[in-house]
Design a protein around this ligand. Structure first.
Ligand SMILES: *Cc1c(COP(=O)(O)O)cnc(C)c1O
Length: 387
């Protein structure tokens, strides 16, 4: 399907709402019926009905159609957060006694899902280095049900070969799921590579303006309907119509924003790499990246998140650098208009800092929509203060 059609027209039956260009926010919790028969039909199959907004809502339906089409998926479900779009399907797919193979270093709350929450219900998880296909095969157990991926992750950017892992999983009758927040559907389409379920934090690139928390899950209609009919409706982490409207608006400019972030990141990573105070720069589309070949094979572009280390990676220097930034903000999240940094040391207790562990020295930067020269000036003045 043509991307301009998806972002500007798909799902928007404008003649049903006064030919308005922007869709209405249908701010209603429930919907009325003229006959008992129609009411009964909606109650017996809520998946496609406008009955109650914990399930469906016309504004949300416009968004679902667009997000499914962007991923090349049969359908999409939307959630009140990205982590709900991860936790709810995972809970739906697993039972007591099941086992999951998960890549190491996924999103922090995904780690908690697999190490704290699910073990209470008898589900176990093995974390593996996902850069080698063999590691997946080696980690499989007779009770393995799900392979969980995140490619690339959003701090150290290890990739997994999605097509090869999907093929392995299919041959063993296992389900695969990937967190595709980093690339968004514009730069990576895991469904087309054979992955069963694709989750994304829509808080990031889809929303794009740091003003909404939301999640999306795409996959086959059969799988999503199964998730919808119990866990989606039962846990109830649904999306508000106002959030759906903000995301539809965000989608209009997604290609432009993503391209800007991608292009600026090329300029900035290249500049940083040549700076004398910088040791490593890690970004999947940087020449010399460890898995550059795989990145070029399965990604059509690259997100604006990367990490770097200082030559002197002491806590003091990292703190000095981050505290000196004047325009680049220190905050969690990413994908909005504003550039951000988060040093790994902010996420670990001072007494746990290990100077020998490069992950502890990483400074993650997200490149927003500002002019790259403006951001480089800010980086330069902060790096100069370290000398
Ligand atoms: C932010 C993020 C999430 C969680 O999304 P929320 O919208 O914050 O719940 C999951 N995965 C990745 C990679 C993220 O960056």
């Amino acid at each position: 399907m043509n991307i301009s059609y998806i972002l500007n027209e798909l799902g928007e039956d404008r003649d049903t709402y006064f030919n308005a260009i922007a869709p209405p926010i249908v701010q209603s919790s429930n919907f009325t019926f003229n006959t008992v028969n129609a009411f009964r039909d909606a109650l017996s199959d809520e998946y496609d009905a406008n009955l109650y907004s914990r399930g469906n809502n016309p504004t949300i339906n416009i968004l679902r159609k667009k997000l499914a089409a962007l991923d090349g998926a049969e359908d999409a479900l939307v959630f009140g957060s990205g982590i709900a779009a991860i936790a709810i399907p995972v809970i739906s797919l697993l039972q007591q006694g099941d086992h999951v193979v998960c890549v190491e270093n996924p999103y922090s709350w995904t780690i908690k899902l697999f190490t704290k929450l699910l073990p209470r219900f008898g589900v176990t998880c093995t974390f593996i280095n996902g850069t080698e296909l063999q590691n997946f095969e080696d980690a499989l157990q007779p009770n393995t049900k799900l392979i969980y991926l995140e490619s690339p992750n959003t701090f150290s950017y290890e990739l997994q070969d999605l097509a090869a892992i999907a093929q392995l999983a299919k041959s063993k009758g296992l389900l695969t799921m990937v967190d595709n927040s980093y690339c968004s559907p514009l730069y990576q389409q895991p469904i087309k590579l054979g992955i069963d379920l694709v989750a994304q934090s829509a808080t990031k690139y889809i929303g794009g303006h740091s003003d909404v928390v939301a999640g999306v899950l795409t996959g086959s209609r059969a799988l999503l309907k199964k998730i919808f009919e119990l866990e989606y409706m039962n846990i109830g982490a649904s999306m508000a119509p106002q959030s759906a409207w903000l995301l539809i608006r965000g989608l209009r400019t997604l290609p432009l924003r993503l391209q800007r972030s991608f292009e600026s990141t090329k300029v900035i990573t290249n500049w940083l790499q040549n700076h004398t105070a910088i040791d490593k720069v890690i970004w999947p589309f940087l020449p010399g990246f460890k898995q550059a070949e795989l990145a070029q094979k399965q990604m059509q572009g690259c997100g604006g998140l990367f990490s770097f280390t200082l030559k002197d990676g002491s806590v003091q220097k990292i703190e000095n650098f981050c505290n000196s930034l004047q325009h680049i903000l220190m905050a969690v999240s990413w994908g909005g208009h504003e550039s951000l940094v988060i040093p790994a040391i902010a996420t670990i207790k001072a007494e746990d800092f290990d100077a020998g562990n490069i992950r502890h020295q990483l400074i993650r930067m997200y490149v927003g929509l500002e002019e790259p020269e403006y951001l480089i000036e800010d980086l330069e003045q902060a790096l100069n203060k370290l000398a």
